[in-house]
Design a binder for this molecule. Sequence first.
Ligand code: ADA
Length: 566
Amino acid sequence: MIRMFTTNIVRELTELGGSWKMLQLSEKDEVVKEYMAVIPSCWESMRGLENFRGHCKYSRAVQTKAGNYRLIFNGVSHTANVYFDGVHIGYHYGAYTPFDIVLPNVSQGEHILEVVADNRFSEGSTLHIPNDYRSWGGITRPVVLEKISDAFIRYIHVTTKQTDAGWDADIEIAVNNVSAKDNTLNAKVTIEGQTVEFDKITFTDGVCKLNATLSFEKVEAWCQENPALYMARAELICDGKVIDDLNERFGFREVKVVGRDILVNGRAIYIKGFNRHEEFGVLGNAVPENAMAMDLDIIASTGANLVRTSHYPNDERFLDLCDERGFFVWEESHARQIYAKKMSHPNFKVQAGACIDEMIINHYNHPSIIMWGLLNECESYTDIGRDAHVFHYDRIKSLDKSRPVTAAANKFFKDICHDLPDILSFNVYPQWYYDHEPVDFVNRLEEYARQQKDIDRPILISEFGAAAIYGYRAFSAVKYSEDRQADILKSLIETFYGMDNVSGMIIWMFADGRVDNTFVDWNSRPKTQNNKGVVDIYRRPKMSYYTVSDLFNKMANYVDEKENKK
Ligand code: ADA
């Protein structure tokens, strides 16, 4: 499954799942061992490769007709080199965003597709570094082979705005040329029975962007309580025949920041969320849809209304489920605790920029995504750190002006980037890493931030929490006991909820998750896991799951309800 809805009727799609041959390779590219791998998967869920950090070559046969084809890889971790009939056809860095390769004029018959996936750390890898989550290895998200015509629709972006009469939908369609001549194609896009047509489109550098605005009076807004979704359908027509198509799903939803409030469709929301790593038990980050749905069922049962995709773009099927279930999402480009050494590498802006581009171009239409995040706890107190932050904010805002942008910060009173975010977000760990009194600490942080930009802005507690080993109970409620974790979360949830200048809180973390064996703080990660989940790695609830559920379910979803839900 690629998306949770049908994306094409005319364009032929084949999911390249099933069994692929997999060769574990040595540092000298010699074959160490041959495996059969079911794709998508992490090799860490294969016996003997649980800790493997290296590279493997996957291969399988694909059958094609004669014509143009397009390969789409939704996630290869963390670097991919792709070969078709032995010819190198593509390279991609970054495990968490899709990439595609167009193959013009393929001959009919059987071809060999090979993918070398590599999860090694290196001097040139600036985003995948030893970290408090594992950089997995493998073809970890679905692969799709598309038969395409002389041109294809790469994306449809729909930006919705409330008007006095209802809603406007600003539409942008991007068409990529493969071999079509100019003026031979027409295009059209339809939403809720309204159609816009574009005649004799022309290409510039192989791409044609088409824009239109449609107005609607009787559509339902997308919101938590009623996550109404609509389809936009685009078609490419040549000589009266539809040669390509694309269906995209979106919602009529508008996000704004006004003073201290985050408004969704004009109403100030109160955020109660979880930070979630994309990982499930022994499956690593190759999470199947039903496990994604299970996580959202558990998160919904707590009364939470937001998921932060800490610290990288997520699988689009998960975002589809968030759209369908009315969750808010803070999606962020890939980065955690990156400092000047990596920021000054020539690869950094190339790798970070590509991640941002691919995240926004592919995830633009998800109504659940109400903000973009960047550079979690990265260097923000030096010129190079500020340059990196400015680069990220500018890149994101150049691609999407419809959503607020933020960064989860923990450099506190050294930070020189507090003028950049639309929303101030702080990662604070009272009662776990330090014992600052939380209200005073957050108020002093806001005061410090206002020295850099003296306006009212929403404040989010983007991380707070404590660790507990599943099953460890203690009357003493010592650290790492479930009892202590529940006590700390209760105390902090009640404290932050009582602060009128805080627009919400996001617990670190939803589920325990595996960390890299070489992560610098591994010695504070029993079982080589981050144990701050309210459920363990297998989604078994700790005491804190019940504590959070008891609190979040009684708390407001909107600021104007808070008074009655103290
Ligand atoms: C930081 C970081 C998280 C995680 C957390 C922790 O806030 O953003 O990725 O490492 O600390 O568990 O200490």
